[in-house]
Design a protein around this ligand. Structure first.
Ligand code: DC
Length: 219
């Protein structure tokens, strides 16, 4: 396979380091980078603005069909919703919560998975998110499942939020644990380890070293 056809899918729970690793990997291999979670967060933001709540999955899915979601340049890539730069607005803990809740609805997933598959179908992508190895790109060249303990993932999210100048919720660990629980136990595409995925424990390993290990496993 030439690099142009490569698809590398990075799966795993919140805070495992998927984004950092996927971005670095894309840079190293000259692939484009798809943040599937950002798309769920865009649906959450649009739903929230439309007055919908965590229970309104069908209405959110209908709304999602009409949304233009685009990625711009930058590191991290900017995220655009109907022509508006929502890069910051989608990164709040509230939008993480609502994205997690709405992503449990089949109708929402069907809409976004179809878009994600259309984007990566010709190869040349690294994509990250909680169903990328199992549903979006089960035939990816390489599938990676990144893990780290809840404590470590909480520490990273804490630093992330602080760096962005955002308020760090006092019960951040609880929020991440709840989100894990919901993402792992939902009936629609639960977070799970694809049996042919390369599992990497990211605690104490630098993103660069994780990327080296991934590259070493490419066929
Ligand atoms: O990766 P993230 O934190 O930006 O994702 C936000 C939420 O979106 C996450 O809690 C679950 C959902 N999500 C999903 O269900 N499937 C994906 N491929 C990506 C995200």
């Amino acid at each position: 396979l030439s690099d142009l056809n490569l698809v590398i899918a990075i799966d795993g729970p919140a805070g495992a380091g998927k984004s950092t690793v996927a971005k670095l990997l894309a840079e190293r291999l000259g692939l484009r980078y798809l943040d599937t979670g950002a798309m769920y967060r865009c649906v959450a933001l649009a739903a929230n603005r439309a007055g919908l709540t965590a229970q309104d999955g069908d209405a959110a899915a209908a709304l999602a069909q009409g949304l233009a979601i685009d990625f711009g340049a930058g590191d991290p890539p900017s995220v655009w919703l109907n022509g508006e730069d929502v890069s910051e607005a989608i990164r709040t803990p509230e939008m993480a919560e609502l994205a997690s809740a709405l992503s449990a609805f089949a109708a929402v997933r069907i809409e976004l998975v179809a878009r994600q598959q259309a984007l990566v179908q010709h190869g040349g992508w690294t994509l990250e998110g909680r169903d990328t190895t199992t549903v979006v790109a089960p035939n990816a060249t390489l599938k990676v499942f990144l893990t780290a303990s809840l404590e470590e993932r909480t520490r990273r999210r804490h630093n992330d939020l602080e760096e962005r100048g955002m308020v760090v919720p006092g019960d951040l660990a609880r929020q991440i644990a709840d989100r894990d629980h919901r993402d792992y136990t939902r009936s629609e595409s639960p977070l799970s380890v694809s049996k042919d995925a390369l599992v990497i424990e990211s605690f104490g390993v630098s993103p660069g070293d994780v990327v080296d290990r991934i590259i070493a496993h490419l066929p």
